[in-house]
Every structure is written in C-alpha cells, then in structure tokens.
Design a protein around this ligand. Structure first.
Ligand SMILES: NC(=O)c1ccc[n+]([C@@H]2O[C@H](COP(=O)([O-])OP(=O)(O)OC[C@H]3O[C@@H](n4cnc5c(N)ncnc54)[C@H](O)[C@@H]3O)[C@@H](O)[C@H]2O)c1
Length: 367
C-alpha cells in the first residue's frame, strides 16, 4: 500500500499531543516534514520525529518538499489557516485544517472555491463528531427511538481559555489578531456542526449575546484585559426546530452537557454519561400527564473528554479525510459545514454587536 505523505504546519499542542501520536499509530500515513515559526517547537518536533525534515516557515517547506507530499495538516492558530491552505492548494496538495477553518466568511468562501478549482480536498478537523458518546447520540437519533428531533441545548463549560504551548504565545486565543475571536470562534464550530447533524438541517437565523469578563477585572489585577469574548450564548432557528448554545471560559468545571429533545423521547449527555428517555405508546396526544410511561436507560460511554488533545478521536476523522482523497470529494459535506460554521460565528458576532438582533443565515453554500 502506498503511504500518504504529509507535512504538519504548526507543531504546537494539538499537533504534538493530538495529531502526531495518532499518525504514528497508522501504517498508511507518514509525516515527512514539519514547519513551525518557533525555535523551541522545531527542536521538539525533531526529537519526537527523528528523520523528519524541519523548516522555519511553511513557504520554505512547500518549496523544498515539492514532489514529496500528498497533504498538509494545518495546526497553526486560525489567523494563518487561509494563507497556508491557499499555498498548499497552489502546490497541488490536499489540506486537513484545524478548526475554525478561517476567521472570516470571505476567506472560507475563497478556500472552498480554490479547493474545487485545484481539485484538492479541503477537510476541517471536526473531531467532536468522532467522540464515542457523540457517535452514540447519532445512532440513537437515526434509530428513531426519540422520534423527530425538535430542540437542542449544547453547553460547553471550560474553567479557562484553552492554552497553547508555552514556547510560543500561550494565550493567543484571547488575542483577536491571532484567533479572530473568543470562545465562539475557538469552540463554536464543534457546537454548530453537531446542531446541523442532530437537527438534520442548516439554521436560517441567529441571535446572540456575549460578554468579556476579563474586562471586569479591577484595575491593577494580574489578569490581563483581553479583546475577545469569554462567554457566548446564541439561539439558532432551524426549519426543523431550535438550538440553544452556551459556551463559557469562566465556568467552575470542564465538561459538556448536551440535550437532544425529540417528539417521543430525549437524550441527555453529561460528558461520558448518557441518559435515554423514551415515552411508551400512550394512546394519542390527549393522554393525561401522569399516564405517560417513561423508559429511562443510562449508559456510560468512555469518551476521554478531559483529554483536550482528543487523540483517540483523530483516526476515525482522518479515515474520512483519506476517503475524500480517494473518491475526489474535494469540497464535501465537512468543508461546506465548516463554511456554514464560520457563517454562524461571524453573523452571531454581528448580532451581539447590534443588541442581539436576529440575523438571517444562508443555508446554501454557493461558492
Ligand atoms: N479540534 C480540536 O479539538 C482542537 C483542540 C485544540 C486546538 N485546536 C486548533 O488547533 C490549532 C492550534 O491550536 P494549539 O492549541 O495547538 O495552539 P499552540 O499555540 O499550542 O500551537 C500553535 C503552533 O503553531 C506555531 N505557529 C504559529 N504560527 C505559525 C505559522 N504561521 N507557521 C508555522 N507555525 C506557526 C506556533 O509556534 C505553535 O507551535 C488552532 O486552530 C486550534 O483551534 C483544535
């Protein structure tokens, strides 16, 4: 079997802890080169991957590795995703890109268009779909056990912003020039592509509110005042129902709580704990409240939520990237949903700035 040859751009937390260890488990992929602008990270990469060719920037890597590569894995902060992906398409390479795909909708559109014209795969790391408990939610919905999904609540609690490696800029997520935004830009994609999947549709409108609690720190406090939001909440209207999303970096705990409400039952997930409640056939809509019989089933589905690298979810996602390459699915469902996630995030930012005004969303990706 011919191995797929890849280069990692940005050897930081996610590639060091999440991607490379997963690649090393595979026999069908070989990472031959790494680029990182930070000296200390290049030293680390050379230690972990003996024999790998290491470069100080992605332009040199792409020039020197001409003919040696099939794909690049973009694991830098979001501000550089589009620039690197365009250069990779120009070099004839497929692109696996960390979320958020880009920080603006214009950049996302131009990447999808470039992938289509270059006939190269653009694939976002939408890895939450590959968490075991999330796969179970999908199976339960598909089984019809809870009926038609009508509403969702997705809450992501974090006690701090996620941190980058200490050798570079640990707090880049709080600086808009690197991240493009706060927790919605950082984590929103995971929340939104799950809502698309569970409500089996794309949203038509959003209303959002956000705050930046770092600005409330008293003068002279050690906590810096950042220019990005640390709390975000929004409501999405779908043709099939409604979704509430809450994201916070100032919680007292790290966890996700998801609820999926169908017309015959519901799923509640608290990290690894899943509860499935289904209504027993009751004889029609007029049955009295107390007469409804509920069947409640509890399961524990180990999903390693506390491991922020999500290394155990990576290879299931990478298999899909490989299938997209094999089948020539250059701008597939995942790439289109990455674009729609950026649309939700950037429109939600506008909604919040305009006093939570409800704003429309396009459901088609016309690029
Ligand atoms: N899917 C997930 O679950 C998940 C989890 C964590 C991070 N991420 C994403 O991964 C990306 C990186 O996040 P991280 O936590 O690993 O950050 P990090 O700060 O730990 O790593 C970023 C690395 O990129 C390098 N870098 C910065 N600009 C570069 C450039 N132009 N060219 C080459 N190297 C450059 C830095 O030196 C650093 O080593 C972000 O897009 C983030 O959202 C995704």
């Amino acid at each position: 079997m011919k191995k797929l040859r890849g280069a990692v751009i940005g050897y930081g937390f996610i590639s060091g802890k999440g991607h490379i260890p997963a690649y090393l488990q595979r026999k069908d992929v070989e990472i031959v080169a790494v680029a990182d602008i930070c000296d200390g990270r290049r030293t680390e990469a050379a230690k972990v991957l003996p024999g790998v060719r290491v470069y100080a920037d992605f332009e040199t890597l792409l020039a020197k590795e001409k003919g040696n590569l099939d794909f690049v894995d973009i694991s830098t902060p979001p501000c550089d995703h589009a620039r690197i992906a365009h250069a990779a398409f120009d070099a004839g390479l497929h692109v696996l890109c960390e979320k958020p795909l880009t920080t603006t909708l214009e950049e996302a559109a131009s990447l999808l268009k470039h992938a289509r014209d270059a006939k190269r795969v653009l694939f976002p790391c939408h890895n939450y779909k590959h968490a075991p408990v999330v796969k179970t939610i999908r199976e339960i919905i598909a089984s019809g056990k809870i009926g038609k999904v009508r509403s969702l609540n997705l809450s992501t609690y974090r006690n701090t912003h996620a941190k980058g490696v200490t050798e570079w800029k640990t707090h880049w997520r709080r600086e808009k020039k690197y991240s493009g935004g706060g927790i919605a830009m950082d984590h929103g994609s995971h929340t939104f592509y799950l809502t698309f999947d569970w409500l089996a549709a794309y949203p038509t409108a959003v209303t959002a509110k956000m705050t930046n609690q770092s600005l409330n720190a008293p003068a002279g406090a050690m906590t810096p005042k950042y220019d990005t939001e640390d709390n975000f909440t929004c409501v999405l209207t779908f043709p099939t129902g409604i979704a509430n999303a809450n994201l916070t970096w100032t919680a007292g705990v790290r966890k996700v709580i998801y609820t999926v409400q169908g017309d015959r039952g519901a799923i509640t997930v608290d990290d690894d704990d899943l509860q499935l409640a289904t209504m027993e056939a009751t004889g029609g809509p007029d049955v009295a409240q107390g007469a409804v019989k509920w069947n409640v089933e509890k399961r524990v589905i180990q999903s390693n939520w506390m491991d922020a690298s999500h290394v155990s979810w990576f290879n299931s996602m990478f298999d899909q990237f490989m299938t997209a390459i094999e089948t020539g699915d250059y701008v597939g469902k995942e790439a289109k949903e990455a674009y729609l996630c950026i649309q939700v995030i950037t429109t939600a930012y506008r909604s919040a700035e305009e006093g939570c005004r409800e704003l429309p969303l396009a459901t088609e990706v016309n690029v």
